[in-house]
Write a protein that binds this ligand. Sequence first.
Ligand code: SF4
Length: 373
Amino acid sequence: MLGLYVHIPFCSAICNYCNFNRGLFNAELKERYIGALMIEIRRTADGSPADTIFFGGGTPSLLEPSEVAAVIKTCQQSRSFDRNAEITLEANPETLTPERLAGFRAAGVNRLSYGVQSFRDNELQRLSRMHSATKAVDAFAMARAEGFDNISLDLMMWLPQQTVAQWLESVDTLIALGPEHASLYMLEIYPNAPLRDAMARGRWSVAPEDDAVEMYLSSLDRMDRAGYVQYEISNVARPGRYSRHNLKYWTDGEWLGFGCGAHSTRAGRRWKNLSATEEYISAVAAGGQVTTEHRALSAEDQLEEALFTGLRLNTGLDLRAVRDRYGVDIWSRYGEKLQPFVDQGVLLYDGRMLRLSRAGMLLAHEIMAVFIR
Ligand code: SF4
């Protein structure tokens, strides 16, 4: 079944480490954007089956509940929707009140994904986030009180000035809250990020790499002990609470992306929407083409993608299934280059399944580079 991704490119302020497709909130622009989104969704209506909607951003929780309701309804009218569809809204804690949460729930949202990043105020301030740790905890309690029983929390590790113990404090707070799902990312500071200047001015540094390794491994150990299952490099969940939408990206699924900069993959083709918000709105209004960068995925592209995404998952790659589907014996083609990783214990191979060990997940880029031809 299809997944639908809806991009909401507005934020109240721009975080100093962020390189997503987003801009500052503007009520008038937002209204025109929502109108364009609904036109785009209607244009692709074909009644095909779908079972997930994911509002990502940006900060989708800046929308009014009535706007979220209208977009969901438009999605539902354009497809044949599964009754148990997973409908996720990414949310920033400072944008939430009990009334807004009740509104999102009434609109059909049944899963929330909170950008928490840290439960320590000084870390949040260094990242120029708008919320405090207390606000994040309160926003979680509010969502529970409004009946949300499927909540994901995002945390980031290897933050400026963060020690292993401080990182684990945030992890323990998350575990105490008991969300159904968590994403634990390592902060990557891109070359021109304003955070780099802030770090220079504040003389902040990040912990040595060995500490980053310890942060990753020890937090996942704690999540294991708390009953979570790691199913992807950065994602853990209570059994059965994996992100159904995100799994489509990692398991060769199909999805349509709506809104500026959104990507789509369907029927062996991939494309992207215009990135700039105004340009996207104008193209929709003019009845013109909003999509760009179309390409047909060759069999080799699809194989490469299956290898990259399959290895991200804890289940790993079933090389027999890969051979049956793509006609390629992966071990004959890449075995010689992969063997050193197997010898180091970072890649596990039992003659059929190939998967990364937990330590190997930290070397995923290096190991997957073997597949680049
Ligand atoms: S709230 Fe999220 S999308 Fe918006 S600027 Fe911050 S990190 Fe980027």
